[in-house]
Each structure stands twice: as structure tokens, then as C-alpha cells.
Design a protein around this ligand. Sequence first.
Ligand SMILES: [Zn+2]
Length: 606
Amino acid sequence: MYGKIIFVSIVLLSLLLLNAGCTQDIIEEVSDEETSEVDDEETSSDMILTNGTVYTADKNGTIADTVVVKNGKIIFVGAAAYIGDYQEESMKIIDLEGAMVLPGMIDGHLHAPGTKLTEMYSMNLNGILREEETMETIGKYIKDNPNLEIYYGSGFSIGAFDGEESNKGPNKSRLDALCSDKPIVLNSYDGHVTWMNSKAFEVFGITKDTKAPLGGVIEKDVEGALWGTLKESAQELVPPQEFTQEQKIEALKQFVSFMNSLGYTGIMSISAGDSVPLEDYKTLEKNGELTLHVSASMTMDPEGDIEAQFEEAKILRETYDTENIKFNTLKFFADGVVEGITGYLLEPYESAAGKKADYLGEMQWDVGIMQDAFVAANSKGFQIHVHSIGDGSTRLVLDGLEKAKKEAPEGDYRNVITHLQLVAPEDIQRFAELDVIACTQPYWAFKEPEWWEVIDAPFLGDRAEKEYPLQSFYNAGVKVTSSSDHPVTPYPNPFWAIETGVTRNLANAEFYGVEKITNKDDPQWLLWPEERVSVTDMLKAYTINGAYQLFGEAEFGSIEVGKSADFVVIDKNPIDLCPLKIDSIKVKKTIFRGKIVYEASEENIN
Ligand SMILES: [Zn+2]
């Protein structure tokens, strides 16, 4: 087996040598341009990682024990015995001591800078799952910050509330009781609901008679008075918290380090409502601090001038095409979310959702306009990335992508549908037929405490037992990627997602404040076990498939000769491990382009 790797290495190396002139030029050009202030000496070196288990994510799923890195690229993968001339005296030798090496993780859908701005500069409610703690945290923040003019915060969970509040969202009276003379504006962790006190409605001029914009909801009580929440596009009636440029850059920098610490070397950065932090990414890159491959997107606004948006996107595509930053993706919302009762379903919501009997949810766009926009987006060479939760929505999105495939010029667009909470079984095959990538969030593929029982089961009935298909996509030959939708998943540890994808059961019990399970078939949190996937399929989703989604598979995503030296070194081998222990895997080192960008301290590992 290793002989074959050596052979492949040599063939690839010869190919590189044949192109040596050209490659050399490119390398020199880049280093001339970069007058980086960061001291490269400390972290960057040619290196040999050896005495470990290297999962390459190549076509054959090859396992090796040694990797050699030179000038940020992989020049050898295989068995140490065959290292030969690839070893040079100046190379740093990293003894893996049996540790596992994977290609750097790639998150196919998240919102930078995640929770960092909130953690650093406002009220942080992320990860709080229960009502009492939510209210305590808000009360304490107001008490601790008596001089603020407006209380902004983020991260609350609708699932923390019961009864009518579990569908409309929490009532404004709860916030009025904590503060009635200054506005409180709180965003839900999934970004789909804003909860405010009465003063905020008054200050921002929203009354019971205010008309919600297209695709938005201003919740009312039975008498027609304001309830306290704004959903989807209605949230735009309230200006978001403003941050200074310095604050934004600092938050993004911390976010990049955070992602590196979890083993990531690549992300699909989805714009978070207002704008994409593209310029901030560029600032980090200039400072040598952008240690991730970033592919970025822009969210399309259905009510706006679509042609003007395409023009803007074209300019962004030309402006942001650097070593680590690419822009070529347009993000569309097709529907909302189940908890907002805005996910668009094939069959009506259950009566517990509090809507009239035949209510299917909401598409965010006129379907015809959405589908035409898909055709236009592909025609202009953009990748389409669609948020779709409900089975009704996903069917209409697939119809649109089918239209795009027929009407746009033939091309390599790699369109993506993400979330995919409910998918009609007959639609799964269409992903493969239309070359649509299924960008999944395996973190959610179990009966989540404080959530599934409160929201999914009552709103969806029996359908809640068949959420978040995974294996069906693999069976149909669909390209599957994995992602966190962070900050929707507040802590995007890829190993939690891998465990959940493999077991379809509770991972990381501590985070949810519940007891650990000792059997992966334990029925309490188990969701649709037929959709379990293998560890290696999960690893591929996070590496080579993720790179494919980012149009980066020629450069990264697997440990193969000629590719960027992006690795994560972990303390245990997930392929051999008892599946219920995958969540305990710790990142020892993250390497990006041959530089160590994260190194755990000893206590973190042991
Ligand atoms: Zn998202």
C-alpha cells in the first residue's frame, strides 16, 4: 500500500518539476508582494510529521504515517521508511507519538465572526438553554451596565420558553419587568427572531399597525397588540448594534484563532444580514493573521434591485481574489425556520404551532422571482447557496436549480442547499441529478434537549422523527458537506458533529446539562438511526468535500502531494474509537499552509 503512495508521490512530484518554472514564478511573486509584519520564523518551517496515523482523505482513503512539508506544501505522504531524499537537514521533525493527523477541517456554512462581537461587546446569551438562566443573565447584564443607552444582546433560545412563547417567542413583559426606560433588543441564537421590550418598540417606532416587510412577521397577541418579537425580515425594522472598525477586526481575529483552535483551516463565510466582513478579512490577511481559506458570500435581497446586487457581487468577486480569500457565492433564503413557524412545508404545521389549520409556512420570495434569480446567478458564473428548512421549500429550490441547469450556460456551479431539516424522500435523488451539494449540520441530527420536545415534535408531529437525513444523501451519490451554521451552533466543535452524524444520538452531554449516554441506541435522544453515517464519510464531508464546495479541492482538503499543508493533529483516532467518545477528541495542533497556527497546552490535552 505504501509503495503505491510513494509511486503517486513521485509521479506528482515529477509533474510539479515539469511545471517548476511556472510554480517558482508564482511563489516568488507572492512573497515579493507580501511584506508581512508577522515573524514567520517562529511558526513557519519545513517539517516532517512522523510516527502517527495520517488519514489522507484521498480517493482511496489512504492511511500513512509520515508527511513532509516544504514551503507550505506537502511534498511527501507515506511510510517513514520511504522518506529518502524528501528529508532535509533543516526540517523540523514533529514526533506525533501515535497521534492522528487529518486534513484541516472545513466548515461549509457559518457566520463570521460568530459569537465574538457579542462575547466581547454586548450581552451574550449563547448556549443558555433554560428560561431561568436566560432571565437571570439579562437582569445581571442590565445591572452591571447601568450607563448603556440601549441594551443589545444575542443568543437567546426560543426553546427555553414554553406554551405560546415557544411559537411566538418570549413576551415583551418579561423584559419590561427588568427595564422599562431603555430599549432592550435581543437576537435569537439562530438569527431569525428579535425580542424587545416595550421601550424598544416605542423608540424604533413600531406599533401594532406597522406593516411587516415581505417575508417578515411582527407577532401580536389575541387582541392584536404587540407581543414582543419580530421575525425574519421584520427584524430589519430595528437598526442593529453598531461596532467600530477596530472592534470588528479584533472580533474577526479572535474568531479566526478560535476556529484554528477547533481544527479548522477553511470556511464558507455566509454574510450575517448586514454585510460580509470581506474588507476585514483582507486586513487580517495583510497582517498575516488570516489563517483560514475563506470563501465568502453575499445575501441577496428579494425586495431590492436584483440587477444592482449582481453588479455589486461582480465587483466583490474581482476585488476579493487573494491567496486566502475568494468571493463567488450568492446566498438566498428560500424559507424561514420551524421554530419561527416560517419553514415552508409540504403538509401543514400541527395545530400546536398556533397557526390556522392549513398553514404551510412561508417562502421568503415569490417562487418565480427566486427561480429566475437562480438562472441569472448561474448565468453570471456565481455559485448559489440556499437556506432551505422545510420539505416544501427544498422542492421549490430544486425546481429552481433544475431550471438553472436547463437555462443557464453549462458550467461548474456547485450549487448548495443547506440545513435540509425535512426532505421528501423522492427529492433526495434530485440533488445528485442536478449536481447540488447537500450542506448539512450534523450537530442537529438528534433529539436535542430543551428543543426537540418543545418545538420539533409539537410543530411537526410524526415528521419530527424523520429530520436531517444524512445517509440517504450518500446512498443517492450526493456530495455531502458538513457545517455548524455557527453561531446557530454556539460551539462549532467538528468532533461533536462527527459523533452525532455517526450515532444520531446525544454527543457532549455536558453542554446540554444532561446525563451522558452509555449506549448509542439509547432511545431518549436518538433520532432516525437509519440515517447514521460512517466516520470516514463524516471526515470526507469535513475535508475533501468541503474543499470541493469551496472550489478549493485542487489546493486543499486532502493530504496529497502538491497540496497546501493544512492539517489538524488530534489525540485519538475517530475511526477506531468507540463512537460515543468521538466528542472527547482534543485538537493538539492546527497547521495552515505549513505554519503551526494553534498548539494546545499540555493541560488541554490531558
Ligand atoms: Zn446560516
